[in-house]
Each structure stands twice: as structure tokens, then as C-alpha cells.
Design a protein around this ligand. Structure first.
Ligand SMILES: CCCCCCC/C=C/C(=O)SCCNC(=O)CCNC(=O)[C@H](O)C(C)(C)COP(=O)(O)OP(=O)(O)OC[C@H]1O[C@@H](n2cnc3c(N)ncnc32)[C@H](O)[C@@H]1OP(=O)(O)O
Ligand SMILES: NC(=O)C1=CN([C@@H]2O[C@H](COP(=O)(O)OP(=O)(O)OC[C@H]3O[C@@H](n4cnc5c(N)ncnc54)[C@H](OP(=O)(O)O)[C@@H]3O)[C@@H](O)[C@H]2O)C=CC1
Length: 265
């Protein structure tokens, strides 16, 4: 495996004066995104249910050129998240990152209706609610939306029927809103990371499963959260000004490989 390269290719001060809302900012990919945006000068409001991880992100962001504040909220609580979007939006909103999400791994026959509904609620319904609530504020600043999806969302994945269905829904929503909101200068894109070794994934998947996933990735390595963060920043920047309605998979060609397999034998 080659040494990881520094993914920080964007210039200092790029986002001075700009503001973002990042869901799931307390851990993993959402924390990496928040810290990179802050490093580039953005003021970020992070949202998640638990205060302690958000406070840790705030501590890590201290001293960076932007700023990080946070609100605790379950994104599935539509009234609560709409109020937070409005509060953040009143100060101006240039970027919304829909990152909060997740699922359990089970064959379709092992997914109860309640389990299905929970995963759809978190990964599709909440994303629509947050994005719609952000619309007037994004319109005012010709802002951007980036939704974190999954590698392979366009082809399926064993053990992920609920999550793939939800995120395929988000992709459809993204492409549709890219059309509807193009007149407002709002751009929307999805990023499909491959395996990202975060505490969230380590909690959910057995070590063996993780190893199998990386082994099934043609380039043979997981996706660092920092690489996802740099891509979010690129899409939010003027370099991405004509990119909208896309799914960009950052996964070492995993989506071209053997396919997602999140079930044990
Ligand atoms: C090469 C590319 C690789 C890409 C790999 C992609 C890997 C993806 C990784 C990640 O996404 S990392 C993020 C990691 N974090 C999580 O995924 C955790 C997220 N989980 C949750 O937030 C919640 O568990 C939930 C899924 C949203 C459900 O929350 P809720 O509070 O609504 O649910 P519960 O009341 O606990 O349960 C509802 C329902 O679901 C059933 N259920 C829960 N777990 C399982 C399980 N493991 N198997 C089957 N069913 C499960 C539970 O039993 C409930 O149903 P009923 O039994 O009441 O009918
Ligand atoms: N790790 C991986 O391999 C991959 C991950 N992804 C996706 O990337 C995103 C981030 O994943 P990752 O960083 O690995 O996972 P983590 O579990 O580390 O992070 C998810 C974050 O979302 C927050 N969150 C979860 N549910 C809610 C909720 N209902 N309301 C508010 N916040 C919530 C959690 O905080 P709290 O518990 O405090 O609410 C947590 O900080 C997810 O959508 C995931 O599915 C996609 C591809 C691969």
C-alpha cells in the first residue's frame, strides 16, 4: 500500500465568511468534514444527538480560522431540526452537509417493518426535511448541499436493502432538486464513500467483515474520512460551481468490484 498522501489541496481562507450546517458532526466522517471546513475558514454548526462528541469536535476546532458551534437534536424529529436549520439559516447558510445516517446489517428477510421504517426515516425522510428547511437560506446565498451516501448505492448491496433504498431515494431527490433549484443557483450532490474506518462502522461490523470489505476494494485500502472531507469542500467551492446532481464515489473502485456484502456466511 502506498503512503497516504495529504488530501488538503484547497487553499487557506477559501471559505472565509461562509457558513455551513453539518449533521452527525460529533464523530467519524462528519467530524472530519467539520474540521476541514473550519480549517478553510468556514463557520460550522454541527448537529447530533449526543453532546459529548460534539463538544470534542468543538475542542478540536478551537484555534482554526472558522468556528464550530453545535446543537443537540435528533434529525428524525422534524420540528426540532427545522427550528435548528432556521436558527442557523438566519445567520446565513452556504453549505448543508447531510451526513447523519446509518443502519444495521441484515438480510431483507431479517428486517422488520419497524426496522425498515427506522432506517428510511433516518436516511431519507430526515434528509428531505433538513434539505427542504434549508432551501430559503441556501437560495439567499446560492449555496450547496452535499449528502453522504454509500459506495454502490446505484447497484445494490447484500444486507443493506433498507439503507440502499433510502440512499437511492436521496440520490433521486438530489437529482430532482438539482433541476428544480438550478434557477436559484443551489447545487446538490451525493458522495459515496467506500469503507471508512470510523467508530460507527467498527461498532456495527465485525472486524472480519471490515477486512472483507477492504479486501473487496480493488485499490485495497479504506477511504480516509479526510479524503471525504476534502471532496465535500471541493464541491462547496467555486471549482464545483457547475457540478450538480452527481453521485461521486470515493471508494478505491469498490463500486466496480465484487459488490457490497455486509452479511456473514
Ligand atoms: C466497499 C464499500 C463499503 C461501504 C460499506 C457501508 C458501510 C456503512 C457504514 C455506516 O453506515 S457507518 C455508520 C454506523 N452507524 C450506524 O450505522 C448506527 C446507526 N444505527 C442507528 O442509528 C439505529 O440503530 C437505527 C438503524 C436508525 C434504528 O434506530 P431506532 O432507535 O429507530 O431503532 P430501534 O428501536 O433500536 O429498532 C428499530 C427496529 O429495527 C430492528 N433492528 C435493529 N437492529 C437490528 C439488527 N441488527 N437486525 C435486525 N433488526 C434490527 C429492531 O429490532 C426494531 O424492530 P422491531 O424488532 O421492534 O420490529
Ligand atoms: N463508515 C463507513 O464505512 C461509511 C459510512 N457512510 C455514511 O457516512 C455517514 C457518517 O458515517 P460514520 O462517520 O462512519 O458514522 P458515525 O456513526 O461515526 O457517525 C454518524 C453520526 O451521525 C449522528 N447521528 C446518527 N443518527 C442521528 C440522528 N438520528 N440524529 C442526529 N444525529 C445522528 C451520530 O451522532 P449521535 O449518535 O450523537 O446522534 C454520529 O455522530 C453515515 O451516513 C454513514 O452511513 C457511508 C459509507 C461508508
Amino acid at each position: 500500500m502506498t503512503e497516504p498522501t495529504n488530501p488538503e489541496v484547497l487553499r487557506d481562507g477559501l471559505f472565509g465568511g461562509a457558513r455551513a450546517l453539518v449533521t452527525g458532526a460529533g464523530t467519524g466522517i462528519g467530524r472530519a468534514i467539520s474540521l476541514r471546513l473550519c480549517a478553510l475558514g468556514m463557520s460550522v454548526t454541527g448537529v447530533a444527538r449526543r453532546e459529548a462528541p460534539l463538544a470534542d469536535t468543538a475542542e478540536l476546532a478551537a484555534g482554526l480560522p472558522g468556528g464550530f458551534d453545535f446543537r443537540t437534536c435528533n434529525v428524525r424529529d422534524t420540528d426540532a431540526i427545522e427550528a435548528i436549520v432556521a436558527e442557523a439559516g438566519e445567520g446565513g447558510l452556504d453549505l448543508l452537509v447531510n451526513n447523519a445516517g446509518g443502519q444495521f446489517f441484515a438480510p431483507a428477510t431479517g428486517i422488520s417493518q419497524k426496522g425498515w421504517n427506522s432506517v428510511i426515516d433516518l436516511n431519507l425522510n430526515a434528509v428531505f426535511a433538513v434539505t427542504k428547511a434549508a432551501y430559503p437560506y441556501l437560495k439567499a446565498r446560492k449555496g450547496a448541499v452535499v449528502s453522504i451516501s454509500l459506495s454502490g448505492v446505484d447497484r445494490g448491496g447484500m444486507g443493506l436493502a433498507h439503507s440502499i433504498a433510502a440512499r437511492a431515494g436521496v440520490l433521486g431527490m438530489t437529482r430532482t432538486l438539482a433541476l428544480e433549484w438550478a434557477k436559484d443557483g443551489i447545487r446538490l450532490n451525493c458522495i459515496g464513500p467506500g469503507t471508512v474506518v470510523t467508530s460507527g462502522l467498527a461498532d456495527e461490523a465485525a472486524r472480519q467483515l471490515l477486512d472483507n470489505l477492504v479486501a473487496a476494494t480493488p485499490m485495497g485500502e479504506p477511504t480516509p474520512p479526510e479524503d471525504v472531507a476534502e471532496l465535500v469542500a471541493f464541491l462547496a467551492s467555486s471549482a464545483g460551481r457547475l457540478m450538480t446532481g452527481q453521485l461521486i464515489q470515493i471508494d478505491g473502485a469498490a463500486h466496480l468490484g465484487a459488490g457490497l456484502h455486509m452479511l456473514s456466511a
